[in-house]
Design a protein around this ligand. Structure first.
Ligand code: NI
Length: 277
């Protein structure tokens, strides 16, 4: 089996999994066409697990941070512990962090406070950032700008995109759900756009338009497993090997082969996370 897909966002650390489930999942990933997976934290426990998985599995990398839903459980001690985890081997990003005004499981003020603090941490450590933005487009962009994610100082630390020559802010818009116009704005600012399963859904006109608007060199793909299974598995449990259905849709939108889509999005993900592999 050729290992061609880089899953830039999954949750092997999902709370619903038992240790045995995770072992089985890891075996399945190892035997699949997926070469690498970034296990993304959403609170302290899941960030610790992600770092453990990165240590345990050669194909696994970790991101650490508090999701906006879990911002209400964050405090200064938790931030210090996230910082400690961020410095560990194979921990490659701060995330997923951001704002979620759809479910508002933490208050807006609390979400914004810890979003800002975690951006500041990523800037302090010169690390890539993974963003969760749901129904909060304006505040997410405003806060990213205010906190200096697109500043000359931050941008100066990362090489420009070798294909487009665009600046690189090492900012990943996870499971991008905004308009084509917003995607283009982010690309100009130096962000990378991540495409997940919903692009395969029948009503996905907006997501398809966004993918069409983003240059290939600024796109990565993800599963967000166990959530957001792509067609024909919509509504079921997602897992990294199903990423090929999302890749196939991106290939169709871009008019290139599946292999080329896999190669380019893998190269982009490796560059984004700073991996020399
Ligand atoms: Ni996620």
């Amino acid at each position: 089996m050729k290992k061609i897909f880089f899953d830039s966002h999954a949750h092997l650390n999902n709370e619903g999994y038992s240790a045995k489930d995770r072992e089985e999942l890891a075996g399945m990933i190892k035997a699949s066409e997926v070469s690498h997976v970034v296990d993304v934290g959403f609170d302290l426990g899941s960030s610790m697990l992600a770092a453990e998985h990165a240590k345990k599995y050669p194909w696994c990398y970790a991101a650490v941070g508090f999701h906006p839903h879990d911002a209400k459980d964050m405090d200064e001690d938790a931030l210090r512990l996230i910082k400690g985890l961020a410095r560990k081997d194979k921990v490659v990003a701060i995330g997923e962090i951001g704002l979620d005004y759809y479910r508002n499981l933490s208050s807006k003020d609390t979400q914004q406070h810890w979003f800002r603090r975690q951006i500041a941490l990523a800037l302090e450590l010169d690390m890539p950032i993974i963003i969760h933005d749901r129904d909060a487009n304006e505040d997410v962009m405003r806060i990213l700008k205010e906190e200096g994610v697109f500043s000359a100082e931050r941008m100066g630390k990362f090489p420009k995109n070798p294909v487009s020559g665009l600046p690189d802010a090492r900012l990943l818009m996870h499971c991008f759900s905004g308009s084509a116009e917003l995607a283009s704005q982010y690309v100009k600012l130096g962000a990378t756009i991540s495409v997940a399963g919903p692009v395969t859904y029948r009503n996905a006109r907006k997501a398809v338009e966004a993918v069409a608007a983003v240059p290939m060199e600024c796109l990565v793909i993800e599963t967000d497993a166990p959530y957001l299974a792509p067609e024909p598995f919509r509504g079921g449990v997602n897992a990294s090997p199903l990423i090929k259905h999302t890749a196939r849709k991106v290939a169709e939108i871009k008019g290139i082969s599946l292999e080329e889509t896999a190669r380019i999005t893998s190269d982009n993900a490796k560059r984004f996370f700073g991996l020399d592999i």
